[in-house]
Ligand binder design. Structure first.
Ligand SMILES: Nc1ncnc2c1ncn2[C@@H]1O[C@H](COP(=O)(O)OP(=O)(O)OP(=O)(O)O)[C@@H](O)[C@H]1O
Length: 593
């Protein structure tokens, strides 16, 4: 094969043929480059310009950056004499770090948007040393005319994937770029060995995190005869007492509960009822290492009947007020949901202001309303929208202070969305949290840059898990929602439709599930709802957020696959796509039909 620089005219000719002729043989073009050109073409990449996409939501404190930083510094020293740059991207080809050995190469790369925050995915900028690595899963060197997009043909780049040592998943790409005339085959071996060093650091780092969990577990286990359960991101540790205390279903439920608790407050005392009806108390501590949550260690005790858990009342059948909405416990049996219900019930019984944290649509207001009706069957729930508070915080505060006691619960919705002045006015008028306001509850989204000062008013807080973290509740929720949406009809989901419901991530939570079921009922008002009756998005679990144009493409693919009974060859023909392109897009959108 001729030297790379001598091949420029034949590569240029082959590429032009491909663009004009759709599918020539591409003789003389290396296989990995030809495959990448075809992918670039089928994705509609413009061969004349670098399309730029910029993201602001980069994770600059990630484990990947922490483990890569020292290796990048060392690599930058190794190439200091040559006009090159070292770059690190995340698994979506977005540049996280760029270190230039001289300012000329830096300026040249800036001009083609090879800079922090910009994306170099192959389906956006065509064949390159970052996106092509992610698409092919192997290290590549792309020199000069091998780039699909003309403005990139003055560069050469070598990229290697950085894989998570446990999962094998590609976490990012390490890349060395320079002008094509400065390119050397050494770039590829340099970048490969540096990526291997980063993977070693990831392994050591993971060990450190797991070590921290193991140390606390061992300390707690050594303290006595208690049953101890530790749950980390990929390990579960249980001592002998734990292994004999509970059956497999209860153990699984408890593990789920601790896994969910990893994202909650650091140390707490939970009381919950396991699926077999066994009431337990869990004293748990969260373990952190270097800013990462390593896991949760829980000491578990079965409670006797004299000390039922606070949530155990949820299992007795108290009547709900007539005309009440769904009973939260009927649609929530997972430990995380029960734990939230128990805290809310305890707070409402003691008339302590309680805030329910959770993602929008997860059922926070429904939980508060359902439990209030249980505690005060003749009571009333007043939902106060954030917009109403925002418009007149002082007037709302007056109303809350004057409200009828005991049987009336005012729920301030989405208090995290209030502007700081509105939140402050409300807080001041309610007495700054110094004395409890009766009959008051709120909902808020967890996290956020600065928690609302208003949260000081609420002495109790409960966390409602997002629907995707309590898939055990999904079948009961579906039954409850179908009963509400089609009260007089015998309707259910078939197994395949239920499988989609369990697999989909439901970013809009229960509200979105309700909308999906309402849409399916419009297609099939009676009988058995099938997978193809659910909205097309339910058949897709993409790895990244989709743009509207991607959603339209995803919907077209799902519709074609549903129409052809899942036959990919027929679907590709109907869509006018090459079969390989369809397979790639099915993978990209996480489509399951
Ligand atoms: N356990 C449940 N059973 C039946 N329907 C539920 C349940 N949880 C939530 N829903 C339904 O889902 C939708 C959203 O619930 P809810 O209003 O309680 O959510 P939220 O967390 O307060 O969020 P938002 O503030 O966005 O409304 C409502 O239509 C509600 O009826």
């Amino acid at each position: 094969m001729p030297e790379r620089s001598d091949r420029t005219p034949s590569l240029t000719g082959a590429r032009v043929h491909l663009i004009e002729d759709a599918d020539p043989a591409l003789r003389g073009v290396p296989d990995h480059v030809a495959a990448s050109w075809r992918r670039s073409l089928s994705c509609g990449v413009d061969p004349r310009a670098v399309a730029h996409s910029y993201s602001t939501d980069l994770d600059l404190g990630s484990r990947l950056i922490r483990c890569a930083q020292p290796v990048i510094e060392q690599l930058a020293e190794e190439i200091a004499g040559a006009p090159m740059c070292v770059a690190l991207t995340d698994d979506r080809a977005r540049l996280l770090i760029r270190r230039d050995s001289d300012s000329c190469i830096g300026r040249a790369l800036d001009r083609v948007y090879f800079a922090r925050g910009f994306g170099y995915a192959e389906d956006t900028v065509g064949t390159n040393g970052v996106g092509t690595v992610l698409e092919s899963g192997t290290s590549v060197q792309i020199v000069g005319a091998e780039h699909f997009v003309e403005p990139l043909q003055v560069f050469a780049c070598a990229g290697a994937p950085i894989r998570d040592p446990f999962t094998g998943r590609i976490d990012g790409v390490l890349d060395i770029s320079c002008r094509s005339e400065d390119s050397t085959p050494l770039m590829l071996s340099l970048v490969r060995s540096a990526a291997a060093r980063i993977e070693r650091n990831l392994l050591l780092d993971r060990d450190r995190v797991q070590q921290a969990l193991f140390e606390l577990y061992s300390r707690v286990d050594a303290r006595g005869h208690d049953a101890v359960l530790a749950v980390g991101r990929r390990v579960v540790l249980a001592n002998t007492a734990m292994q004999t205390l509970l059956g497999p279903a209860d153990r699984g439920a408890l593990e789920d509960h601790l896994r969910f608790a990893m994202s909650g407050p650091a140390g707490l005392d939970d009381r919950l009822v396991l699926p077999s009806g066994t009431p337990v108390r869990v004293r748990r501590s969260t373990v952190s290492a270097g800013g990462d949550v390593a896991g949760v260690v829980g000491v578990v005790r079965v409670l006797d009947d004299d000390h039922p858990p606070a949530g155990s009342a949820t299992r007795t059948s108290r009547p709900l007020a007539s005309g009440s909405g769904p009973a939260p416990d009927e649609a929530g049996t997972s430990p995380a949901w029960r734990a939230a219900a128990a805290i809310v019930e305890e707070a409402l019984r003691a008339d302590v202001p309680v805030v329910v944290l959770g993602e929008p649509g997860s059922g926070r207001a429904t939980l508060l309303a359902g439990i209030h009706r249980r505690v005060h069957p003749a009571g009333r729930v007043v939902l106060v929208a954030a917009e109403e508070v925002e418009a007149a915080p002082a007037a709302v505060a007056e109303r809350l202070l004057r409200a009828g006691r005991g049987a009336e619960l005012h729920v301030l919705r989405d208090v995290d969305r209030l502007s700081p002045p509105a939140a402050q006015t409300l807080l001041d008028r309610l007495g700054g949290g110094a004395r409890p306001v009766e009959g008051l509850a709120a909902t808020a989204a967890p996290g956020g840059a600065a928690p609302s000062p208003l949260l000081a008013v609420f002495a109790a807080s409960a966390s409602v898990p997002p629907l995707r973290h309590r898939s055990a509740d999904a079948p009961a929720l579906v039954r409850s929602l179908l009963g509400e949406l089609a009260p007089q009809r015998r309707i259910r989901l078939d197994d395949e439709a239920m499988r989609l419901v369990l697999r989909y991530r439901w970013p809009g939570n229960v509200r979105q599930l309700r909308e999906a079921l309402a849409a399916a009922l419009r297609v099939r008002p009676v009988g058995c709802i099938r997978a193809q009756d659910l909205p097309t998005y339910c058949s897709s679990v993409p790895r990244t957020a989709l743009r509207p144009v991607d959603e339209a493409e995803r919907d077209a693919i799902v519709t074609a696959l549903r129409a052809t009974g899942g036959n990919r060859v027929a679907a590709a023909a109907e869509l006018g796509l090459a079969r390989s392109t369809l397979y790639r897009k099915i993978r990209h959108y996480g489509i399951s039909v």
